[in-house]
Design a protein around this ligand. Structure first.
Ligand SMILES: CC(=O)[C@@H](O)[C@H](O)COP(=O)(O)O
Ligand SMILES: NCC(=O)COP(=O)(O)O
Length: 244
């Protein structure tokens, strides 16, 4: 069976990580976003962290001005980030958890535990016309909370799946499959991402109800060896192959 084509959102955060290592303008993540689009990205994802360790406010302003494809702004649920999102009105806003000391986003947003705190963020972003996405672990309780909040999209955190191996990885994959099926059956558009690579993408891409994958760190790393365009094209090929 051939499944509907998956969208690929290319996350350009770690182009900015390299730029920021020198505090200069090169390499420019906005230029990388343009190349990613030419290579077949259906959208661009950027995480404006509260500590601005990679993407900057100026990057978000430039991406909002120049992108020809949808921008998915990943952000913590804070008043500062809400104000920025309402100013730029990106196509999508993905609410993610943040910890100051973490190296990367360690887990999903605890939507079930913060329902009432998150409600005004979801409502204001929905009202502004941005598609609200909640970055969550593969748990039914989190999806129930997302449904009750009226979020149209959930993105399942695939980081744990990517780090595990053998039976544990298979069990996590099964948890992701059931969560995706559950969310989709309740009308949520299901996305997935975090830590995906050539080795891990196929099993996730083959989950029929998933509509979009967001992939960044691996692609930026692989670009060092094969170039950004070739790396994105290979990821696209693996995703298409997994859809049959
Ligand atoms: C929320 C998420 O998954 C992405 O933001 C991705 O992790 C890249 O940003 P970090 O590596 O800074 O977490
Ligand atoms: N939301 C996941 C994302 O945007 C990309 O994560 P990664 O591939 O950089 O780990």
């Amino acid at each position: 069976m051939t499944l509907a084509k998956l969208r690929l959102g290319v996350n350009i955060d770690h182009v900015a990580t390299i730029r920021n290592a020198r505090g200069i303008r090169h390499p420019d993540p906005v230029r990388a976003a343009g190349l990613a689009v030419l290579a077949g990205a259906d959208g661009i994802t950027a995480h404006l962290r509260e500590d601005r360790r990679h993407i900057s406010d100026e990057d978000i302003a430039s991406l909002s001005d120049v992108l020809s494809v949808p921008l998915n702004l990943e952000m913590a649920a804070t008043d500062e980030m809400l104000e920025i999102a309402l100013r730029h009105k990106p196509h999508a806003c993905c609410l993610v958890p943040e910890k100051r000391q973490e190296l990367t986003t360690e887990g999903g947003l605890d939507v079930a535990g913060q329902h009432d705190r998150l409600l005004p963020y979801v409502n204001r972003l929905n009202a502004a016309g941005s598609r609200v996405s909640l970055f969550i672990d593969a748990e039914k309780s989190q999806l129930d909370a997302a449904i009750s909040l009226g979020a149209p999209v959930c993105e399942i955190h695939t980081g744990k799946y990517c780090e595990l191996s053998g039976k544990q990885q298979e069990e996590e994959l099964e948890r992701i499959r059931s969560a995706v099926a559950y969310g989709a059956s309740h009308g949520i558009e299901m996305h997935a991402g975090h830590g995906l690579s050539y080795e891990t993408v196929a099993a996730i891409a083959a989950i029929p109800e998933i509509r979009e994958l967001n992939i960044g760190h691996f692609l930026v790393g692989e670009a060092i060896f094969h170039g950004l365009e070739a790396s994105i094209k290979e990821m696209r090929r693996l995703m298409d192959e997994a859809r049959g």
